[in-house]
Design a protein around this ligand. Structure first.
Ligand code: ZN
Length: 316
């Protein structure tokens, strides 16, 4: 983006060298209360990339909201040397209010892109993000956590086979980088169709702050912007960055009490005991073993599980 290129978010123009908090109308609640999507913008005086940071597309995934809040409140972006940063800490404003992953009607905003202004609230939020916020951006990071009591070890997912996406993931340098196809109708999918790489940072659990996940996310933002000459300095990458191209869920073969013996972030060997599934009466316990050498990307924190529930997310 050139320093003289107009940067218009919604109906507001942000001149070079300025910051702004822009409220874009999303719709009304049944009470007719207006709701807005807030977009925080910092624009430097020099030409450079326009970077998008989004969180809270799933309304109960709060680590990303806190990562972006902390980045703004500590003045991180005030050191911007070139380009611009667009930050949306809460995309799914209704889900956030209701502490729910979905928007009203059980609609998943991250399965609603590119969205429609005549559709549901989820479709409207997706459309507003695509039309008004993604449009001027060159690349970005979408922040998530595990859902449904799953804990995700800090990891970045990037679009497999798309070199600029991989470079972005490497610049962010989370402890694990996972090459994956984008999910249909997700923000990452519509962005890549416009040749705009978006990486997804997944860390921690829904409705729980996790200081490690928050800190790794903040460090990733700094490294990514530093790699694009937008910030003067950044923390060094973690000692080991794991690359994975395959992942699968290990599911419960029977219902019961789930007693976990390993945790996300651990490398395990073939045949290593991961946990047990027991009946509540002390009669039977089924042991769960690692099917092959792998890294544990995520695990459930549920103590009681049903047949078929996801227990561990394994990568290799
Ligand atoms: Zn999510």
């Amino acid at each position: 983006m050139n320093a003289t290129t107009p940067l218009i978010i919604g109906t507001t123009e942000v001149p070079a060298g300025q910051e702004a908090l822009i409220r874009i109308p999303v719709g009304r609640l049944p009470t007719h209360t207006r709701i807005h999507m807030h977009v925080w913008v910092q624009r430097s005086k020099k030409r450079g990339p326009c970077v998008l940071f989004t969180a809270g597309i799933h309304g109960d995934e709060t680590n990303g909201v806190e990562i972006l809040r902390r980045a703004i409140s500590t003045g991180l972006f005030k050191h911007l040397q070139r380009g611009a940063v667009l930050v949306v800490p809460v995309v799914n404003v209704i889900g956030f209010i209701e502490q729910s992953r979905e928007a009203p009607g059980g609609k998943d905003v991250n399965r609603s892109f590119p969205g429609s202004l005549s559709g549901s609230l989820a479709a409207r939020m997706a459309r507003i993000l695509t039309k008004h916020v993604l449009a001027p951006c060159d690349f970005g990071v979408d922040f998530h956590t595990g859902g449904h009591s799953h804990y995700n070890y800090p990891q970045v997912r990037y679009t497999a086979g798309h070199h600029p996406s991989q470079k972005l993931a490497e610049a962010f340098a989370a402890p694990v980088l996972l090459a994956q196809k984008p999910i249909p109708r997700s923000l990452r999918k519509v962005a890549i169709q416009e040749d705009k790489p978006i990486i997804v940072y997944e860390a921690g659990e829904n409705m729980r702050f996790d200081e490690y996940a928050i800190q790794v996310g903040l460090d990733g933002i700094k490294r990514l912007l530093h790699a694009h000459h937008m910030l003067p300095q950044a923390p060094p990458p973690p000692g080991q960055v794991r690359l994975a191209s395959h992942s699968s869920w290990l599911r419960a073969k029977r219902a019961g009490l789930f007693l976990r013996k390993c945790q996300a972030g651990q490398q395990v060997n073939k045949g290593q005991l991961l946990g047990t599934l027991a009946d509540p009466y002390g009669m039977e316990a089924l042991q769960i073993f690692a099917p092959h050498p792998c890294f544990i990307l995520a695990h459930t924190n549920q103590s009681v599980v049903s047949h078929g529930d996801a227990l561990f997310h394994l990568a290799w």
